[in-house]
Design a protein around this ligand. Structure first.
Ligand code: B12
Ligand code: SF4
Ligand code: SF4
Length: 277
């Protein structure tokens, strides 16, 4: 996983089985590239639209990440999804997780009650995610690969496979860089990208800050691993009802926005109280 400042977790080299698939994809890419050349649309290879067929996985991955950070992503991770059922991932082997972060001041403001700024930011971040993920799909397709934003897997599943973070006792994805003050988007593709080490266990330890802070007592305190069901961590009915109540009280709109669990998270606080803007 990488943040926009270039800090990176370990990327795994791809397995032999993947390599075979990727070689095939690469071969198709090269064939398309040749066809492009014949049809007169080949470019000089130095513009943002240059075709990546035949490019090695390292440089293709770097290029894609640069594009995503250029579009405003704050975190990007790439995961091998082949261990998940084929139907759940539209038969595509790779998941890309994109995260955008809430402004610090918005998060600080919602420790007591959700605010109008939180609601506005939530809409803005959703719109940015849509722009970034659609752009990535367009680029990947231009480069000769399959790609889609129609992802039926939960974003958090793609995110843990992509090494971006773990599922906290808050039931939210927690990242070392920004805690949980992020919104997530996902892309599926067959592009031969380098994938990260998946995260399979929680790093919450004994912390109970979010559990104790939840005004609905909706969090059970269960420590996550990949076998733990969502309902073992979160009572969704209690959370939904309380979030609507608090949205009405906080900014007068009946929507499920509360966010106290991520505002109090120690990893979120670490980021907010740290130096970076
Ligand atoms: C529906 C939904 C809700 C509903 C849920 C109730 C319902 N009726 O289902 C309600 C209204 C409660 C809700 C509330 C909130 N939500 Co919501 N919600 C979603 C949504 C649209 C789908 C989630 C879902 O049902 N997933 C299916 C369940 C089973 O899985 P899950 O919750 O994702 O978690 C499990 C898997 O990820 C699994 N997993 C992870 N890795 C792996 C790996 C393997 C191999 C396996 C097998 C499993 C696995 O572990 C988790 C626990 O079992 C997602 C967007 C999305 N498409 O993912 C946003 C999303 C989860 N919500 C989000 C947010 C921010 C919130 C709120 C803070 C909003 C608010 N109120 O202010 C609260 C937080 C509540 C909480 N503590 O979780 C963000 C989370 C960002 C983050 N940092 O994690 C998401 C991702 C939206 C986004 N685009 O960013 N939400
Ligand atoms: S969003 Fe609010 S009600 Fe739901 S789990 Fe988080 S703190 Fe509790
Ligand atoms: S507040 Fe503590 S327990 Fe809750 S998600 Fe953050 S680190 Fe985990």
């Amino acid at each position: 996983m990488e943040n926009k400042n270039g800090a990176e977790n370990k990327d795994n080299r791809i397995s032999r089985r993947q390599m075979l698939g990727y070689c095939l994809a690469g071969a198709v890419g090269i064939a398309l590239w040749r066809f492009r050349g014949r049809s007169g649309s080949e470019d000089a290879g130095n513009g943002t639209d240059s075709f990546a067929g035949g490019e090695d996985a390292d440089s293709l991955t770097k290029r894609l990440k640069e594009e995503l950070f250029g579009q405003g992503a704050d975190l990007v991770g790439i995961g091998d999804l082949t261990a998940l059922p084929e139907r759940s991932r539209s038969r595509l082997p790779v998941g890309i997780c994109v995260a955008v972060k809430f402004p610090k001041e918005v998060v600080s403001g919602i420790v007591d009650m959700p605010t109008r700024e939180y609601y506005d930011s939530y809409n803005e971040l959703n719109s940015s995610l849509y722009t970034i993920t659609s752009y990535a799909v367009k680029k990947l397709k231009e480069w000769g690969y399959q790609a889609t934003t129609q992802v039926s897997l939960p974003h958090k599943t793609v995110a843990t496979r992509a090494g971006v973070g773990w599922v906290g006792k808050s039931n939210l994805l927690v990242t070392e860089s920004y805690g949980s003050m992020i919104r997530l988007g996902s892309i599926l593709t067959d592009a031969p990208l380098l994938t990260a080490e998946p995260v399979n266990e929680s790093k919450c330890g004994d912390c109970m800050l979010c559990v104790d802070a939840c005004p609905a007592a909706a969090l059970t305190g269960k420590l996550w691993d990949t076998t733990v069901e969502r309902d073992e961590i979160l009572n969704t009915s209690k959370c939904s009802a309380m979030a609507v109540e608090r949205s009405i009280a906080g900014f007068g709109i009946p929507i499920e926005l509360c966010g106290k669990c991520f505002a109090v998270c120690k990893y979120t606080r670490q980021y907010i109280e740290g130096g970076e803007a």
